[in-house]
Ligand binder design. Sequence first.
Ligand code: PGA
Length: 243
Amino acid sequence: MNIIQAENYQQMSELAAKKLIEQINSKSDSVLGLATGSTPEGLYEEIIKAHKEGNVSFKDVTTFNLDEYVGLSKDNDQSYYYYMHKLLFDHIDLKDNQANLPNGDAEDLQEECSRYEASIQQAGGIDIQILGIGLNGHIGFNEPGTPFSIQTHIVDLDASTRNANARFFDSIDEVPLQAITMGIDSIMQTKQIILLVSGSKKAEALEKLVNGPVTEDFPASILQKHPNVTIIADREALAELSQ
Ligand code: PGA
């Protein structure tokens, strides 16, 4: 694993944007794997800035998001569909039909998981995947205990994940109980991974990811086995690693 130290959140976001832009400028029809949450917000701001300055175009790019809540409609302001449009898609020249998220509102959720996985394959696989990490080691919504062999699937969200995400909702009761997520196997098949980590709250999780045993109890530990992972983390997040 390649670890890049950023001074702070802003620099982490800039470094990640630079890598994504380099990828697109060297392969205009790149397939990107995108993430939601607080961590990539700065990255998306930097990408929009670069696009507005004429430094990158998404017209041939395809994107796949990692996950989506079950039961929220697209216009629900807590859905990841809404998040992605508001924070990125509405501001760049990505074609609507090339921006993919699992449909958490599908009638047949199992079928939706198979369809989503198949569409990633049809697009030729993901060239570069952006990841964050949850405090419990989840990547996407692959909670502790998820088999490493699994592809896109429906998950019951951990109480700790629902608590962590309650800050975006009016109350914890409104946080969905389930989500659709790309599986660990789907993530491991991506050609390159950029994992973003910021803040002291994530320091322990980052240390476990890098130095801990590879175990399904801490899903992110599997990344030790991926051939092309770059971690971009700020000083606070790296605190436990540098000790
Ligand atoms: P965060 O979430 O970026 O909001 O911290 C990351 C995650 O839970 O994967």
